[in-house]
Write a protein that binds this ligand. Structure first.
Ligand SMILES: [Zn+2]
Length: 320
């Protein structure tokens, strides 16, 4: 059997992008499973959500946004620290970059290694990597909640931390007036989860409970189409929870029985593949996901740092 190509290194086909207007001045750009981005208009400014992997990739998104509005970007909101969502930040010329306080900590602790790791895992997303000026540093951080008044009759944009989940420092961006939520990688719509830096128990219980509690009528997840309408929102949250539940059952059973990580990977793959196997990044992320959950079951609370080297070791052990 030929070895599977590493992570998403063989995924070189450009995706079709769709820019949707979800309300007056509320924009989401989805891309068939590539990382989503968004923007919200204030009375005389813009808030952009997520920065893409490089300034060149971010500039393509901004060019599309500029056909709708020429307001300046006052705030760039980063839902979490991952390189494919942060390293394009300089293209926005934002007045200030906002993130959760743990995101700032994670960038300081492992931003360099994460950059190298994600570049090797997802090279297509790093359009002209030499355009990246360096790590992205948030100017403003918060711990629980930060509210941005949008001015006029536009209401507020509420940034909220819902607990540990996809990382230690995820935020959701919530528009109470429009009932629209940008959920980062805490919720996916028909895309596989990445849980390599996650807290599986917290995420699948209290964190998703709090997200569901907002009562959103549209959710833009980290990847996949916009979930529009209560049924689609519920389905996206349920799918995310179910993916985590199956992982916890399968990896947990093998771990408790004294099995190996390879056994846990095989069992989890077999259990998830019938439903999720065809969804974007499923094969790419599963080895890293199982490795992280295995660590958690070993009592390692704080996620170990992924380096390009550790990525290859785990891939060789589990996926080849
Ligand atoms: Zn992520």
């Amino acid at each position: 059997m030929t070895a599977k190509p590493f992570a998403s290194s063989a995924d070189l086909t450009e995706k079709t992008e769709t820019l949707e207007v979800l309300g007056d001045g509320v924009y989401a750009l989805t891309a068939e499973g590539d990382p989503n981005v968004g923007a919200v208009e204030g009375s005389d400014f813009l808030v952009c959500i997520e920065a893409r992997a490089t300034p060149v990739a971010a500039a393509d998104w901004l060019a599309k946004l500029r056909s709708h509005t020429d307001k300046p970007v006052r705030y760039l909101v980063l839902t979490h620290y991952h390189a494919v969502r942060t390293l394009g930040a300089s293209a926005f010329r934002a007045g200030a970059i906002i993130a959760h306080e743990q995101t700032r900590h994670l960038i300081a602790e492992r931003g360099r290694q994460d950059w190298e790791s994600e570049l090797a895992r997802m090279p297509r997303l790093f359009r002209e990597p030499s355009s990246i000026p360096g790590l992205t540093w948030p100017d403003i951080t918060f711990s629980e909640r930060l509210t941005i008044p949008l001015g006029g009759n536009r209401g507020d944009l509420v940034l909220a931390h819902c607990g540990r989940g996809h990382t230690a420092g995820d935020l959701v961006a919530w528009l109470p007036t429009q009932r629209v939520m940008f959920a980062g990688d805490l919720v996916e719509t028909k895309a596989a989860l990445y849980t390599g830096d996650a807290f599986h128990l917290d995420w699948s219980t209290g964190t998703l409970d709090r997200i569901a509690g907002f009562g959103a009528e549209a959710i833009i997840g980290g990847r996949g189409a916009v979930a529009r309408g209560r049924n689609a929102v519920d389905a996206a949250i349920t799918q995310t929870r179910d993916f985590l539940r199956v992982m916890r059952v399968e990896v947990g059973t093998v771990h408790a029985a004294g099995g190996s990580r390879r056994d846990a990977f095989a069992a989890t793959h077999a259990a998830l593949a019938p439903v999720y196997g065809g969804w974007p990044i499923f094969e790419h992320t599963l080895p890293f996901n199982v490795a992280r959950l295995w660590d958690e079951l070993d009592g390692i609370d704080w996620p170990r740092i992924w380096t390009a080297e550790r990525d290859r070791e785990v891939w060789a052990e589990l996926q080849e």
